[in-house]
Design a binder for this molecule. Structure first.
Ligand SMILES: *Cc1c(COP(=O)(O)O)cnc(C)c1O
Length: 404
């Protein structure tokens, strides 16, 4: 009897939450499937904003096909990395002129980390890295440490504050843990790094577009992030690099390509770095991906990131409530913190048979993802995920688990 009561009451509650949702009209701006499928993998690859295909058709047929070389100036291709950086800036609490778009997150982690070590006091010879980091950040940090003669120190992010000291040059930290969905304390860790005389580089891959970051407000030094997750820029869309305004003159990029030259068309054999955000550029940008991203960012017009955060927490709270009501007790263990201050925009559930469970879920139209060895990951993108989606996903998950 109680199961039936839950089903009725939680689906009723989903309807009420959807009706009260101030962002619900945004869903129509995305290309989604029919109501039987639920997409909870926007933390891996965001859904397609509906304006992108038309814009790309024009970019290819007219800007490339007809204008060809003229598009570098007439279609604004050359300045796209800074222009699109300025569009991302308010979403991460940065000012205009502090963010540049280009290359992958991995490449930007390298630029930011080596750039930070070059700004730090040369006596400081340690790079501290979040021990639970997304692997690419760890690999790049290891190489950056070797190249700069630093020692790499891996630390649990909850113990970071005590690990930062007089030997630390820079700490590289993930804002939200990609596996557990844990949100790290950006203001606190940044302040602790500064108190220790160190710099900090934040990786915003799982927070940009999901929650307010406040880069300038918290005095962050450098940051990187990807645009194909919560920013819906498309597969492999270029990443971004933030260098705080007052640090820009000291940013000595380890990849000083011709696009970051003060006078790129002077074709000088001698490198002279451009001022400002363009200093983070390297070579010719990937224009097609870049312009798809620019079109995708239109869905953010008039959307305050605070409203996105409110809905994100309501979605993850509701998912946890449905999971607790529908799933047999003890069948899964949530890795995602209950406290809002420690939660990103995803829920990670651990169960021994997670790989098979996710396979069955996807076959039934509930798309999350599996992270080795035992984690079911569900990402909640507030611009297009509804409360009805959340209730349905938890209900199908309960059915899958009870049929195994
Ligand atoms: C997704 C993600 C990346 C991806 O890096 P790419 O260079 O785009 O492949 C890097 N770091 C974190 C924390 C991520 O979540």
């Amino acid at each position: 009897m109680s199961d039936h009561v839950h089903l009725v009451s939680l689906s009723e509650k989903a309807r009420e939450l959807d009706e009260a949702d101030g962002l619900r009209a945004k869903r129509a701006e995305f290309v989604l499937d029919d109501d039987d499928t639920v997409y909870l993998d926007g933390n891996s690859l965001g859904a397609l904003p509906a304006t992108v295909p038309g814009r790309m058709a024009d970019v290819v047929a007219r800007e490339w096909g007809r204008l060809r070389i003229r598009s570098w100036t007439e279609s604004g291709w050359w300045t796209a990395p800074e222009r699109i950086g300025d569009r991302i800036a308010p979403l991460v609490g940065a000012a205009s002129g502090e963010v540049v778009v280009g290359d992958s997150t991995s490449v930007n982690v390298f630029k930011a980390l080596v750039g930070a070590v070059r700004m730090a006091d040369p006596e400081r010879a340690e790079i501290v890295v979040d021990a639970t980091t997304f692997p690419t950040d760890g690999y790049i940090a290891e190489s950056a440490a070797r190249m700069t003669g630093c020692r790499l120190v891996a630390v649990d992010p909850r113990e970071l504050r005590t690990a930062l000291g007089p030997r630390t040059a820079v700490a590289l930290v993930n804002h939200v843990d990609y596996r557990s969905g844990r949100l790290h304390d950006l203001p606190g860790v940044t302040a602790a790094a500064h108190a220790a005389g160190a710099l900090v580089v934040w990786d915003l891959c799982h927070s940009a577009g999901a929650l307010p970051v406040g880069l300038d407000a918290h005095g962050v030094d450098l940051a990187v992030g990807c645009t194909y997750k919560y920013l819906n820029g498309g597969p492999g869309s270029p990443a971004f690099l933030y260098v705080r305004r007052d640090l820009q003159p000291r940013f000595d990029s380890p990849l000083p390509g011709w696009n970051s030259h003060r006078d790129p068309f002077g074709m000088s054999p001698r490198y002279e770095a451009a001022d400002g955000a363009p200093r983070g550029r390297v070579g010719t940008p990937d224009i097609l991906s870049m312009l798809a991203l620019e079109a995708a960012l239109e869905v953010w017009d008039e959307v305050p990131i605070e409203a996105v955060r409110d809905k994100s927490l309501a979605l993850t709270d509701f998912f946890l409530e449905c999971v607790a009501a529908y799933l047999p007790a003890g069948r899964v263990e949530s890795l995602t913190p209950v406290r809002h201050a420690e939660r990103g925009s995803q829920v990670a559930l651990r169960c021994a048979d997670a790989g098979e469970v996710m396979g069955s879920l996807i076959a039934r139209g509930i798309v999350g993802d599996f992270r080795h060895p035992d984690v079911l990951r569900f990402g909640f993108t507030p611009l297009y995920v509804s409360f009805a989606d959340v209730e349905r996903a938890a209900r199908v998950l309960a059915e899958v688990l009870s049929s195994r």
